[in-house]
Design a protein around this ligand. Structure first.
Ligand code: CTP
Ligand code: MG
Length: 400
């Protein structure tokens, strides 16, 4: 209230972690209910009565187009405060620095906000700025939420190094508010010491400054990964889809027979590059079929020596991850193995429940059957074994 506060809306990143799902568009230019995310972020921040103006930072190459869009959007809603634009830099903190250079001399408090957080409420902005104004001992105020996962520190190989006490951990967000000279000094210090920070508070902390964490918002998600894109689409009915998979393995190899992740063993050995689980291969292909994900041979080529004897469960697991990213929720699988021998009835229930477990489905949503071809064809002649799988799934609308 007493101090002049300006927001810096950062919209100059490349959104690398999301590019695969956006046709190369940086995430801040994606739309939420018809408007670009950077505009949503700007609207939410500017609506706080404590905010006196905004600097929106765009990538150099996009700035002219973005300024045209801004002019059009301002005709619809002037936001009620002065708006200026700036050109971003290589790293996030370079963009903040460029944004700070565009601030008027009268600005006393800087509120830095990621445009990739379009859901931050206006009251969060007000709360953060008020907390800064009310606390003279503090250099900055940032929102944070308690973490629900246990967080591990790991080395480059993924080996756990330590487990910090969860009660003391916060996942921090933006908008972050700082006294202007403190933020400017911290950026100058970081430039001098070659320090890079993923948020601005880090830079002040490194300078020994006190930062207060206030309660953030669960919904204040930063759009970062492809799975976050669903948050940008209005909830609508998921689209049913199904995928079909078929696979054959010859007998006479050196892999013991496994089906659905269960070791069957016996005299009939399978010929395969992987561990040769024909049923999981058919199932994996059926899942890929639900989202046009290609086929197992393309994902795991049998010319790749690293995949020699690879576990079919691991391949399935990888494809389940791709399916989840594509917005696919598997709801049912029907599996059939066609083999003259061995007799599979004794294993049927075990195969069914294990397949259900691998798919995270209740066993009543998985069917398993085994049949012979009455001594006909290659299965009838005990030359090989085949499997077919049909998977039903729901695809969230808005994913592509
Ligand atoms: N940002 C920016 N300038 C940069 C890098 C990031 O203005 N050089 C902005 C982004 O546009 C985003 C915010 O900082 O709104 C948070 O950064 P992040 O989520 O890391 O976005 P990106 O850097 O764009 O994404 P990625 O790290 O996946 O490439
Ligand atoms: Mg980044």
């Amino acid at each position: 209230m007493k101090n002049e506060c300006w927001g810096i809306i950062l919209a100059a990143g490349q959104g690398r972690r999301l590019l695969s799902a956006t046709n190369g568009e940086a995430k801040q230019f994606l739309h939420l209910e018809g408007d670009p995310l950077w505009w949503r972020a700007a609207e939410n921040i500017a609506a706080s009565p404590l905010v006196h103006g905004l600097v929106i930072v765009f990538p150099a190459e996009k700035r002219p187009d973005a300024e045209n869009d801004l002019a059009a959007l301002l005709k619809r809603n002037s936001l009620g405060v002065p708006i200026v634009t700036a050109t971003g830099g290589e790293r996030r903190q370079d963009s903040v620095l460029n944004g700070m250079k565009a601030l008027p001399p009268s600005c006393e408090i800087i509120l830095v906000h990621d445009s990739a957080r379009p859901f931050a409420s206006t009251s969060l902005t007000t709360r953060v700025v008020l907390a800064l104004e009310e606390n003279g001992q503090i250099s900055g105020v940032i929102p944070g939420v308690a973490v629900t996962d246990t967080i591990k520190k790991a080395d480059g190989e993924g080996i756990c190094l330590e487990t910090p006490d969860r009660a003391s951990l916060r996942a921090v967000q933006t908008p972050q508010a700082f006294w202007r000279p403190e933020l400017e000094n911290a950026h100058a210090w970081a430039a001098e010491h070659g320090m890079e920070g993923t948020d601005d508070a880090m830079l002040l902390e490194a300078c020994g400054k006190k930062i207060l964490i206030v309660e953030g918002e669960e919904n204040n998600i930063k759009i970062t990964r492809p799975s976050d894109l669903r948050l940008l689409s209005p909830a609508s009915a998921p689209v049913p889809c199904c995928g079909y998979g078929y696979d054959v393995h010859a007998y006479g190899g050196n892999r013991p027979l496994r089906l659905g992740g269960i070791l069957i063993g016996g005299d009939l050995m399978v010929s395969a590059h992987s561990d040769g689980d024909v049923l999981l291969h058919a199932l994996t292909d059926a899942i890929l079929g639900c989202f046009g994900g290609g086929d197992i041979g393309r994902l795991f080529p049998d010319s790749d020596p690293l995949l020699d004897n690879v576990s079919s469960v691991a391949m399935l697991d990888h494809v389940l991850g791709l399916a989840a990213e594509a917005g696919i929720k598997i709801v049912h699988a029907d599996l059939t193995v066609i083999a003259q021998a061995p007799k599979l009835a004794p294993f049927a229930e075990q195969i069914r429940t294990n397949a259900a477990r691998l798919l995270s489905l209740s066993p009543c949503h998985v069917g398993f059957k085994a049949t012979t071809e009455e001594h006909l064809g290659f299965t009838g002649e005990l030359k090989g074994i085949k499997a077919v799988a049909l998977v039903s799934a729901l695809r969230e609308s808005g994913t592509n």
